[in-house]
Design a protein around this ligand. Structure first.
Ligand SMILES: [Zn+2]
Ligand SMILES: [Zn+2]
Length: 268
């Protein structure tokens, strides 16, 4: 049964106020980042008819609060292993009260969790040891890449052949430049260890090796330095100019701060 069940990606929340993504195939479920309250995560899962007892692991990309805010309460209520890098776990322990033994350190190589095979890879962000993840399930591959200032060749390679992609499109450079942030913060966002602009996200989509059909959720959009219309216009135009047929070849959605946005694999 689980062989035929689709790979599902549900972005429960996306943006600087909190990030959380559910990845599921059949009975196997993992969480990627838990930057919203435990209550919201439990309720979100309930909406998706997923029980917390099904969650096999919590993957943490990095220690910024919009990615870990719900972790302390989650671990208080549920016994779920946390998968992340040693450096990230150290930072988390400085910020939150969490059971010391809950970490399963991510190393090179792949990890089997039920129907899902997970691999992590480094991204470029001002945190201890930030990562993105690949999730393989049958012919499908889900990838989550947010909170990175650049898409390096190695990150691009990790995106290759992804059928379900969660990709950061954080800021519009013009809005950032003329927006409300302090100069140091503007510099931080736009730096190699900051966030991805709409243009950079589009370029990554054009440069990666794309399957015949892929679905994308554009994520971690800034509330101050971007908006959904600009994301659609900028990325849509660049993709069309690059020869991508939006619709038949690529479906694009926006991650939202307060509603669930979902995609699931289609039969091929
Ligand atoms: Zn961050
Ligand atoms: Zn973030």
């Amino acid at each position: 049964m689980s062989e035929s069940s689709p790979l599902e990606v549900h972005v429960l929340a996306s943006g600087s106020k909190g990030n959380c993504t559910v990845i599921k195939k059949g009975n196997s479920v993992i969480l990627h980042d838990v930057g919203i309250s435990c209550r919201r995560i439990v309720n979100g899962l309930k909406e998706l008819h997923i029980d917390m007892a099904q969650v096999e692991g919590i993957f943490i990309s990095h220690e910024h609060s919009d990615h870990i805010a719900g972790l302390q309460q989650l671990l208080k209520r549920f016994d779920i292993p946390v998968y992340t890098k040693q450096g990230t776990w150290r930072e988390i322990q400085d910020k939150l009260i969490v059971p010391k033994n809950q970490l399963i350190e991510l190393t090179k190589g792949s990890l089997s969790l039920g129907n899902l095979v997970v691999e992590s890879f480094g991204v470029s962000h001002d945190a201890a040891d930030p990562i993105g993840i690949n999730v393989f399930a049958g012919k499908d591959k889900a990838t989550v890449v947010t909170d990175t200032g650049v898409i390096s060749d190695s990150i691009l390679h990790r995106m290759d052949d992804t059928t379900l992609l969660v990709l950061e499109a954080n800021y519009d450079p013009h809005m950032l430049r003329f927006g409300p942030y302090q100069p140091f913060l503007k510099q931080r966002v736009a730096s190699d260890e900051g966030h991805l602009s709409n243009e950079m996200a589009a370029r990554a989509l054009l440069m990666m090796k794309r399957p015949d059909f892929m679905q994308v959720i554009l994520a971690h959009r800034s509330e101050n330095n971007n908006n959904a219309v600009l994301v659609t216009q900028t990325i849509g135009q660049m993709l069309v100019d690059g020869g991508v047929r939006i619709g038949p070849e690529m479906k694009l959605q926006h991650g939202q701060p307060n509603e669930i946005v979902s995609m699931q694999s289609v039969k091929r």
